[in-house]
Ligand binder design. Structure first.
Ligand code: SAM
Ligand code: SF4
Length: 326
């Protein structure tokens, strides 16, 4: 066998990099209203350090890289980082997850710097509700960001919707219609219990989402080209866009987990939902060679747990998603 494998013989080829713990929104399911305690600037990896970790990872077999956060677009000069990473031979897919607020102004330069595609998180199509869910954002900024991203070719632009009962679950059909009328690629995600808050009362299992969408006709299974993550894709009759479902709670997809996460302060996380971390920043700042970094990366991979236990009612504690790149 060639390539990178963990102790459960899962191939590992995907690195998610949190470039900042800062964010310009305060989504109700992700952050408290007052925000979270921020890392100090010195603790956050520099672009050169992120480049060094990525290059070492690609040398081992990582081929897909995603920038996330916090909100990646609030970090100054992010386009420079994209340019640096896109010069690394061996990366076949360089993408970003963003809340879209600043996307319209950066989409073109990101594309020119080598970014291939974006996922935009958007939980409602109603302005007033958007302000309530994000506590401060303007829906129109995100919609503009999506349009510009599509125009400049950051395709497929995928729209991530965290579905929450009595918050936005009455919009399932509206989002799904956009896959027909506007060719959107929409992914519905089950609400995960994080930051010590549970999801009792807000969880809408994917089975229930599908039942509600059945008013729009048959959902035909579909193979998406970009990405091979945990979503299962479908298409409505006559749609050029797709509907994806992600079931972190009701049906864990750990058996296919192919990822590692790098936190903004330089810790490698074998699993989003476990607090285990391997410190790369210390090694980097002590002058570690590429081989020494690769040794630490291998160590992180070999300690990937078999699965998480959200479906058994265990809420994630520890660092917030905004620090580890949800
Ligand atoms: N700020 C960027 C954004 O919102 O796209 C990137 C970071 S955000 C933490 C990454 C993703 O995590 C978003 O799509 C967000 O909806 C998702 N997320 C955060 N908290 C979640 C939760 N409790 N359950 C499910 N998804 C969550
Ligand atoms: Fe910020 Fe993304 Fe968390 Fe919303 S989900 S608060 S946009 S990091």
């Amino acid at each position: 066998m060639t390539g990178l494998f963990d102790s459960f013989q899962r191939p590992i080829n995907y690195l998610r990099i949190s470039v900042t713990d800062r964010c310009n929104l305060r989504c109700i399911y992700c952050m408290p209203e007052e925000g979270v305690k921020l890392m100090s600037h010195e603790d956050i990896l520099t672009y050169e350090e992120i480049y060094a970790v990525t290059k070492a990872s690609v040398g081992l077999g990582i081929s897909r890289v995603r920038l996330t956060g916090g909100e990646p677009l609030v970090r100054l000069g992010l386009t420079d980082l994209v340019k640096m990473l896109s010069s690394i031979e061996g990366i076949t897919d360089l993408s970003m997850t963003t809340n879209g607020i600043l996307l319209a102004q950066h989409a073109r330069s990101l594309r020119e710097a080598g970014l291939k595609r974006v996922n935009v998180s958007l939980d409602t199509l109603r302005s007033e509700r958007f302000r309530r869910i994000t506590r401060c954002g303007e829906l129109e900024d995100v919609l503009r960001g999506i349009r510009v991203a599509q125009e400049v070719g950051l395709n497929p632009v995928k729209i991530n919707v965290v579905v929450m009962a009595a918050v936005n679950d009455d919009e399932l059909v509206d989002f799904a219609r956009r896959t027909v009328n506007e060719g959107w690629h929409v992914r519905f995600i089950e609400h995960m219990p994080v930051n010590g808050k549970d999801n009792a009362g807000t969880l809408v299992p994917v089975k229930e989402m599908k039942r509600r969408l059945s008013v729009l006709g048959n959902l035909e299974p579909w193979k998406m080209e970009a990405g091979n993550g945990p979503a299962k894709y479908f298409r409505l009759d006559g749609a050029s866009g797709t509907i994806g479902f992600i079931t972190p709670v009701t049906e864990h997809f750990c058996y296919g987990c192919n990822r590692l996460r790098l936190t903004a302060d330089g810790k490698l996380r074998p699993c989003l939902l476990s607090e285990e971390e391997i410190d790369l920043r210390g090694a980097l700042r002590a002058g570690a060679s590429t081989e020494a970094l690769q040794e630490l990366i291998r160590k992180a991979i070999s300690s990937k747990p078999e699965r998480h236990h959200l479906d058994e009612g265990t809420a994630k504690k520890g660092r917030p998603f905004s620090q580890v790149g949800g």
